[in-house]
Design a protein. Structure first.
Length: 202
């Protein structure tokens, strides 16, 4: 167990490996997937907050060849709507990338061929807002309150070869950095995940 004096240690490459396996549907059965995510939970520690240019952090994820390749194969359109002049936030660049990695990989995986996945960012009051929207299969209303629980899996209609895991980890990361995450969705009409983070004020 870490003590207060120890510096946080975390592995972006390990998180990325899980994101890639989930996107490709290679996490295997539920038991095996749970074991892998449990390993990730043990390896992730939240670092101290520093000033982060969120736009640049998000751009690094969007530009990854993995996502563009999978989207092309699935005949999906990836759209980015991020204006100039976004204020910095207090956070951690690796944590922000982890959050978007998970939300984007799930959006791609659960959106049928011909659909659209959109990443939006904008400044609203004292918050920076990040949205990942898809035109996918959606999430039933009765399931939405539980999707951020660890290891909870939405019903069989959403079962692809991958487990779509990681929303519990995303919620923990977002909240540890002073933010919030929510979802709006309707079965058959797509989903919108919204992350709000406090902007830095001098």
């Amino acid at each position: 167990m870490m003590t207060r004096d120890e510096k946080p240690v975390y592995s972006e490459s390990r998180w990325q490996t899980v994101a890639e396996l989930s996107l490709r549907g290679e996490l295997g059965c539920e038991h095996e997937a749970s074991e892998r995510v449990a390993e990730i939970l043990m390896s992730i520690h939240i670092p101290d907050r520093v000033l982060v240019e969120a736009k640049q952090a998000v751009a690094k994820v969007i530009e990854k060849e993995m996502y563009n390749m999978v989207a092309d194969q699935a005949r999906l359109t990836l759209k980015s709507e991020i204006p100039h002049g976004m204020p910095p936030v207090l956070g951690d660049v690796t944590c922000l990338r982890r959050v978007l990695d998970n939300l984007l990989s799930n959006a791609i995986k659960f959106t049928p061929s011909g659909g659209v996945v959109t990443i939006q960012m904008y400044h609203s009051g004292a918050s920076l807002v990040l949205k990942v929207k898809d035109t996918g299969i959606g999430i039933p209303a009765e399931e939405q309150k539980r999707i951020f629980d660890r290891f909870y899996q939405v019903d069989r209609k959403r079962r692809h070869r991958g487990m779509g895991l990681g929303l519990a980890l995303v919620k923990e990361l977002v909240e540890s950095l002073g933010g919030q995450i929510s979802v709006e969705s309707e079965s058959g009409q797509g989903s919108t995940f919204t992350v709000t983070m406090p902007v830095h004020t001098q």
